[in-house]
Design a binder for this molecule. Structure first.
Ligand code: SF4
Ligand code: SF4
Length: 326
């Protein structure tokens, strides 16, 4: 089993078709004030076990998928689903990366947690001033993760005017072996009410969207063309979604989203390339709160106007293989 470093995960995410996200639950007992997917302690989770096992089997059967990240909500709050997904995906030869807050870590973790971690390549442990989990518990989680043989990536929040810093107890455990990844705050979900908005921008002012390379499969069978939090939480147009209710449909749903010309262009060039086309002209001077809103508006235009879709298809066809972000 490979221990995927941050560079490995970024390389896989940059390779079309090589990675996907399994969003395993909307539930999380931690309740951070900045949660970008608005996870709640009583949030929805897996209720249709048969559907979930079909979805996991479908992901395991996609040959080009090398790595599957599992997130939520808190994956460890979905004990049965997480244990099942990790063991099926591992058996299929996929590298598994799990995102967690570490809330589950007592001095000695339950045996199911140790067993699950032993099949996981890499754990991304998030900690910041909003996580009420606390540095001491995060340090216990880090210890359990390292002892299970996983590669550990500690994810910190980079906020303007605040130096991201590993809390003392965690720094002592993570030592030289862990990597640190600093991410920017997301103004999605509850985060929209916490972080300062960035100025609204025109389509041409946004870059390309790398998240088009990470399709997402939700525990309820919804398959999404990207891993944007706002989309995972239900936002955006229907064109960003497909559905799988048995294993054979997962690969087909991923393929159909990969073929979306709007997503291909947003992934390779950004929404500005679409706004430059005559049928999308109305988007040119509109200012959007973030790139997702610009992307959604481009999808709406392509959906409403056949000429817009035709030109998006023609533009997507000019993107060299491997560069289209899908
Ligand atoms: S940010 Fe993570 S730990 Fe915090 S509530 Fe959301 S899912 Fe839970
Ligand atoms: S810009 Fe579009 S493709 Fe990228 S994350 Fe947002 S909705 Fe998804």
């Amino acid at each position: 089993m490979r221990r995927l470093t941050l560079a490995d995960t970024e390389r896989l995410r940059a390779t079309p078709g090589a990675s996907a996200l399994l969003f395993i639950t909307d539930r999380c007992p931690v309740g951070c004030r900045h949660c970008s997917v608005s996870a709640e302690a009583d949030g929805a989770g897996i209720t249709d076990w048969e559907l979930f096992t079909e979805i996991v089997a479908g992901i395991a059967a996609v040959p080009e998928l090398q790595a599957v990240a599992i997130s939520g909500g808190e994956p460890f709050a979905e004990r049965r689903g997480l244990s099942h997904a990790v063991s099926v995906l591992r058996e299929a030869g996929k590298d598994v990366v799990v995102f967690t807050s570490g809330y589950w870590a007592p001095a000695r973790p339950d045996s199911w947690i140790t067993r699950t971690l032993s099949q996981v390549s890499t754990v991304v442990l998030s900690t910041d001033r909003f996580h009420p989990v606390g540095a001491a518990r995060a340090a216990l989680a880090a210890r359990a993760i390292i002892d299970a043989g996983c590669h550990l990536i500690v994810q910190l929040l980079g906020e303007p005017g605040r130096e991201p810093r590993l809390p003392g107890p965690l720094a002592a455990v993570a030592g030289a072996g862990a990597e640190v990844n600093v991410i920017t705050p997301l103004r999605h979900g509850r985060g929209a009410g916490v972080f300062h908005p960035t100025p609204r921008r025109r389509c041409a002012e946004f870059g390309r969207c790398p998240l088009t390379r990470s399709p997402t499969i939700r525990y309820d069978g919804t398959v999404l063309g990207c891993c944007g939090e706002a989309v995972i939480a239900g936002g955006g147009p229907a064109a960003l979604r497909s559905f799988a209710d048995e294993r054979g449909q997962v690969a087909a749903a991923l393929r159909s989203l990969r073929a979306s010309p709007v997503l291909q262009v947003v992934g390779a060039h950004g929404p500005g390339a679409l706004a430059a086309l005559p049928p999308f002209a109305a988007l040119r001077d509109t200012r959007h709160a973030d790139i997702c809103r610009a992307c959604w508006a481009a999808h709406d235009t392509a959906e409403a106007a056949p000429e817009a879709r035709r030109m998006a298809v023609a533009l997507a066809a000019t993107i060299p293989e491997g560069r289209h972000g899908r």
